[in-house]
Design a protein around this ligand. Structure first.
Ligand code: AMP
Length: 361
């Protein structure tokens, strides 16, 4: 199918968190229905979707029935098993494609991909044994970071290798799983670029956002990023290059470090809407969720231009209790995700504060 999917069609979304919720709201604005598939019931996405299948990601029969009831499938969560994606791909257009998910699911294949297409990263090595770790720490140097290759996010499954870290113990803590060792970057800051690529191969990038993490979880995103036009262009070029090399149809978020000597190093990527793009809802002509829906449905991409300066702050755990005070601030736009329990570390919502745009276009 290469023609645009007409409004009234049903978009299948795999995964049911806040990203799916905000994508479903954008889909509804354009006249589409969303059918969500995930193991969770009463999820943030289900609450706003037209239909839901509650089943495990490995339930092939449920996936097949789901695929038969929708017009296109996409993901708000990329860690689903290869066999499950194959079932879907045989029945229905899946955007982005399995190849994109496969590269982005695994930190080593991601790093290898960046390296192969000439995108700079921190020095890295694949680690499959204690001997590998000893050898590669000697090569890369300390400090370094040892990360699980799969299912790691928000700093989960990461161990810092400091000057005094015992390497045998660090390896034991990874439970024998193949891991990636990265040189620790003493960065000036962290940025991300979100790029959309349509079925017509057109590409549209949001400008770089400046991200501050606390305890490995995104705390604030600020635009414009204080990095100047040259670095900004270079960062956008990195994200566009990755999207083109993947032949992406959909959205790609690339997280990068800005080094103190002014280089850009790619850290990781996600082929879906991203937390560091939530500011676009309130500050851009077309936001990341609408852009995602447009790409997945084969529609022309919208204008990603930013009309306002913005600071997005995540509401983590109990932060959400401030909802009334936030609503009293005339510059604040509150977004809550409908999660019942404010567990510590859980993303409950975000608030974006906007100001008239500064700086040239
Ligand atoms: P990640 O799960 O790779 O996104 O890592 C979460 C956060 O840990 C990043 O946003 C950084 O703040 C920090 N981090 C990860 N890898 C490195 C590295 N190689 N050097 C310095 N900080 C890192």
């Amino acid at each position: 199918m290469t023609a645009p999917l007409p409004p009234g069609s049903t978009i299948g979304i795999i995964g049911s968190g806040q990203l799916g919720r905000m994508a479903a709201l954008a889909a509804a604005r354009l006249g589409y229905r969303v059918h969500v598939f995930s193991p969770e019931s009463d999820s943030p996405t289900e609450q706003v979707a037209a239909a839901a299948t509650v089943a495990d990601y490995t339930d092939l029969a449920a996936l097949e029935a789901f695929a038969r009831s929708v017009d296109v499938v996409t993901f708000e969560f990329e860690n689903i098993p290869a066999d499950s994606v194959r079932v879907l791909t045989d029945l229905i257009p899946v955007r982005p494609s399995w190849r994109v998910l496969d590269v982005a699911q695994d930190r080593i294949s991601e790093k290898r991909f960046f390296t192969e297409i000439g995108i700079a990263t921190a020095p890295w090595a694949e680690i499959a044994s204690a001997a590998d770790l000893t050898r590669e720490v000697a090569r890369i140097g300390r400090p370094a970071v040892l990360k699980t290759t799969r299912l790691g996010y928000d700093g989960k499954g990461q161990i810092k290798i400091a000057a005094d870290t015992d390497l045998d113990r660090a390896w034991a803590a990874m439970g024998g799983a193949v891991s990636v060792l990265e040189g620790f970057i003493d960065f000036a800051g962290e940025i991300s670029v979100i790029v959309a690529r349509g079925l017509d191969r057109r590409i549209a990038a949001f400008e770089p956002a400046w991200n501050v993490h606390t305890n490995h979880i995104l705390d604030t995103t600020t635009v414009p990023a204080p990095i100047g036009p040259d670095l900004s262009r270079a960062a956008v070029a990195v994200a566009c290059k990755a999207a083109e090399a993947l032949e992406l149809v959909g959205l790609l978020a690339v997280e990068m470090f800005v080094t103190r000597d002014g280089r850009i190093l790619a850290n990781e990527m996600a082929p879906r809407p991203h937390n560091s793009g939530h500011w676009t809802i309130d500050a851009c002509v077309t936001d990341q969720f609408e852009q995602f829906i447009r790409a997945v449905c084969g529609l022309p991409l919208g204008d990603p231009d930013r009309h306002s300066d913005a600071v997005m702050t995540n509401l983590i755990g109990d932060d959400v209790n401030d909802w009334l005070a936030i609503l009293s601030d005339p510059d604040a736009k509150l977004h809550l995700y409908g999660k019942a329990e404010a567990r510590s570390g859980r993303k409950m919502g975000h608030v974006t504060r906007i100001r008239p745009r500064t700086g040239s276009r």
